[in-house]
Design a protein around this ligand. Sequence first.
Ligand code: DGL
Length: 266
Amino acid sequence: MKKQPIGVFDSGLGGLTILKALRRQLPHEDLIYFGDTANVPYGSKSKAAVTKFSLAIARFLQSQEVKLIIVACNTASAQALAELRREMDVPVMGVIEPGAQKAAKVTRNGRIAVLGTEGTVRSKAYPKAILKRAPRAAVLQQACPLFVPLAEESWGQKPAARLIAREYLEPVQKSGADTVILGCTHYPLLKPVIASILGKKVTLVDSADTLAEAAQQFLASRRQLETGGKGRVRLYASDDPARFKHLAQRLLAEPIGAVRLKKLDL
Ligand code: DGL
């Protein structure tokens, strides 16, 4: 079981921010990443659609004999995690719990803002997870739908990104939140612009490192941690693998092999 890979998926590029953290934390593990480029964005789709895509990807990953599936997508974690856990034979981890846990720990004034897709905001998964840990916290949610295409197009540093971010972040600034969760795995790609608008007093939380640590502990507790050799990464995309490869290469900053095309059985 140790030698089996870990499966990771997202609607597109965003989950690569999680993959990077997993590479750092678990350098010996083989990782399989699936970017659902045919169906991105998930954030504006219904729960039924996101669940259908997530189940199809998880089934594919399971067919690759993964030992663990990591849902590197907040929208899918918020809307499909329970269903995935019911349907899959392997354990499934999502990104909401680690992010909520970290935010509840680092906030000093108990005011936490969550930036996410429309689907994540609608599910209220973050407020629920935060209030379980910090019942007196005030949680504001802000949907930022335009952040995903900006990240997918590598437009994070352009003036348009700043203009849009200023608009989305105004209510967050007014709320006095000292902690802001980047509740979509695409948003760390816009971290510099978000951080420069919110300023140094606001802590930005993304789930990547916390999730990677949780995955390590989980595998260690099951004696499934790979401890030797250099882990390999295999990438799949459901559409236009060449474009995905080009963007992924830049983001991961390490040579990646071919990105394989895998159409989903929906
Ligand atoms: N990266 C995903 C998330 O964390 C989804 C973005 C999208 O496809 O809308 O929510």
